[in-house]
Design a protein around this ligand. Structure first.
Ligand SMILES: [Zn+2]
Length: 461
C-alpha cells in the first residue's frame, strides 16, 4: 500500500488513483524569465522521484508541467534587456530544459505554454464570469474570493483569517484584497491578446487551472509543487477550478519543503539565489545535488551548505565505486531479473519499496541501497541487478557509473553510510543500545550525527 501525506487533509492517506492503472499528475512549472534556483530544483527532483516510483509500481503516469511564458517579470526583463518578451521566454525555456536534463529529471508528457493556450484560458474566465465568480473592472478581470466558500481550505485557513493577514492592497479596483487577477489589461507597449474584456494577457493562477484540465480532465490524482505555493497560488488554483466545475479538482496535494540557506529561505525576490550552474562552477556534478536532495525527506526543510555538498559528492562517488566493483566482480554473469534475485537482495529491494511506499521516504530507501551494495553475502550480479532496479527510481545514473577521483576515502564513506543505515534500523526496532553503540563507533571514526524528524545527517567532526 502506498501512503502519501495529503496537504489538503493534513494526514497520510492511502493512495488510490481515480482510474486503477493510470495516475494523472500536474506540477507547476517555471516562469521562464530567469534560470531556476536550486530550491526550485529540489521540488522538481521530488516530483521526478514520485513519478518514477509510480512508474516502477506499474502505473501509467501522465505527467504535465506548464511553462509560464508570459508574466510581469518576463515583460520587465524584456524591457531591461531590450529584447522581445517572446525571446526572453525562449532563452530561459531552453535553460530550464538543459538544467533538468543535467539533474536526470525525466521530461513531462506535455509542457503546455500559456501563450499557446490563451483561447482555453479566455473560455475558462468566461465560465467563471457567467457563474459570478469573476468581475471585470475596466479590462482587468478579478476572481471574487468571497463567492467561493471553501477558499483557503488547502492551507486550512478561513477567509476572515486570511483577510486579517493580507497586506493592505493599494489596488482600488478589487472588492477584496485577496481577489486576484484572471485577466490583466495590457499597458502601452506590452504584449497582448484579444479577449471579450479587451486587449490583455492571462493572470498566472488561471493558466494552471485551464491547462491542467485540458490535458488531465476536470479531476485528477496528484498536484505537486513547492510548499511556497500553498497559501496563494495553489489556493487560487483550487478556487478557480472547483468554482468552474463544481467538482473536486485534485485528489492528493504534495508539497516539497524549502531549501534553506544559512541566510534563510532561498528565493529570487530576496536576491542572491543559487543556480545549478553556480554549483557546476564550484566543481560539483549536478547529480551531487540530486544525491544531496535524496538525503532529506521532502517534507523536511533541507539546509544547503558547501560542506553538505562535499559530503554528497563523496557519497555519490563512493556509491559509483561500489557499483563498478560489483560490475567487475559479476563479470560475464547475466544479471538476474528482479523476480529471480537471491533472497538477501530481494529483501533489500522489498524494503526499498516499503520505504518509498511510506510517504516517499527516500532517505530510508537510499540507506537500503547502501546496505545492498555493502553486503558481502549477496552475489555481485544480484546486488548489481537490485541496485539498478532501485536507481530506476532514484535517478543517479548508476547503470553507467564510472570510477572517479574522490577527495574522501570511498571505502570510509561507504562504511559510514552503512553504519548510519544500521543505526536507523536499530532505532526503528527500538534497540537503543545498538543505536547508541553505532553512534559511539562513528564518533570514534570522527563522524558526528544529527538526527532530524525524518532522517540522519552525518558530519565530519
Ligand atoms: Zn500552478
Amino acid at each position: 500500500m502506498l501512503s502519501i501525506y495529503n496537504t489538503l487533509t493534513r494526514k497520510k492517506e492511502e493512495f488510490i488513483p481515480i482510474s486503477p492503472d493510470e495516475v494523472r499528475m500536474y506540477v507547476c512549472g517555471p516562469t521562464v524569465y530567469d534560470y531556476f534556483h536550486i530550491g526550485n530544483a529540489r521540488s522538481f527532483i521530488m516530483a521526478d522521484v514520485l513519478r518514477k516510483y509510480l512508474e516502477y509500481k506499474g502505473y501509467n503516469v501522465k505527467y504535465i508541467m506548464n511553462l509560464t511564458d508570459i508574466d510581469d517579470r518576463i515583460i520587465k526583463k524584456s524591457i531591461e534587456e531590450k529584447i522581445e518578451a517572446k525571446l526572453v521566454a525562449e532563452k530561459y525555456t531552453k535553460a530550464f530544459f538543459d538544467d533538468i536534463e543535467k539533474l536526470k529529471v525525466k521530461q513531462a508528457d506535455v509542457y503546455p505554454k500559456a501563450t499557446d493556450h490563451v483561447q482555453e484560458i479566455v473560455d475558462f474566465i468566461k465560465q467563471l464570469e457567467e457563474k459570478s465568480f469573476a468581475y471585470n473592472v475596466d479590462g482587468n478581470v478579478f476572481y471574487d474570493v468571497s463567492k467561493f466558500h471553501d477558499y483557503g481550505k488547502l492551507s486550512g485557513k478561513k477567509l476572515v483569517e486570511l483577510e486579517a493577514g493580507a497586506r493592505v492592497d493599494v489596488n482600488e479596483e478589487k472588492k477584496n484584497p485577496l481577489d486576484f487577477a484572471l485577466w490583466k489589461k495590457a499597458k502601452e507597449g506590452e504584449p497582448f491578446w484579444e479577449s471579450p474584456w479587451g486587449k490583455g494577457r492571462p493572470g498566472w493562477h488561471i493558466e494552471c487551472s485551464a491547462m491542467s484540465m485540458k490535458y488531465l480532465g476536470e479531476s485528477f490524482d496528484i498536484h505537486a509543487g513547492g510548499i511556497d505555493h500553498v497559501p496563494v497560488h495553489h489556493t487560487n488554483e483550487i478556487a478557480q477550478s472547483e468554482a468552474a466545475t463544481g467538482k473536486t479538482w485534485v485528489k492528493y496535494w504534495m508539497h516539497a519543503e524549502f531549501l534553506i540557506m544559512d541566510k534563510g529561505k532561498m528565493s529570487k525576490s530576496k536576491g542572491g539565489f543559487m543556480t545549478l550552474q553556480s554549483l557546476i562552477d564550484s566543481g560539483l556534478d549536478p547529480l551531487d545535488y540530486r544525491y544531496f536532495c535524496l538525503g532529506g525527506h521532502y517534507r523536511s526543510q533541507l539546509t544547503f551548505s558547501w560542506e553538505s555538498m562535499e559530503q554528497a559528492k563523496a557519497s555519490r562517488k563512493a556509491l559509483a565505486e561500489k557499483i563498478v566493483d560489483l560490475r567487475e566482480k559479476a563479470g560475464d554473469a547475466i544479471l538476474p531479473k528482479p523476480s529471480e534475485l537471491a533472497p538477501a537482495a530481494a529483501e533489500r529491494l522489498a524494503r526499498f519499496d516499503e520505504s518509498l511506499a511510506d510517504d516517499l521516504s527516500v532517505p530510508r530507501a537510499l540507506a537500503e541501497l547502501w546496505q545492498l551494495v555493502r553486503d558481502p553475502q549477496i552475489p555481485p550480479a544480484h546486488a548489481l541487478s537490485a541496485a539498478i532496479e532501485m536507481d530506476s527510481v532514484l535517478g543517479l545514473g548508476l547503470a553507467s557509473a564510472r570510477r572517479q577521483e574522490s577527495s574522501l576515502d570511498a571505502a570510509l564513506v561507504g562504511e559510514i553510510e552503512r553504519l548510519v543505515g544500521e543505526r536507523a534500523a536499530a532505532k526503528k526496532a527500538k534497540d537503543w543500545a545498538s543505536a547508541d553503540a553505532i553512534r559511539v563507533a562513528l564518533k570514534g571514526m570522527g563522524i558526528a550525527l544529527e538526527d532530524g524528524p525524518t532522517g540522519t545527517i552525518w558530519k565530519k567532526l
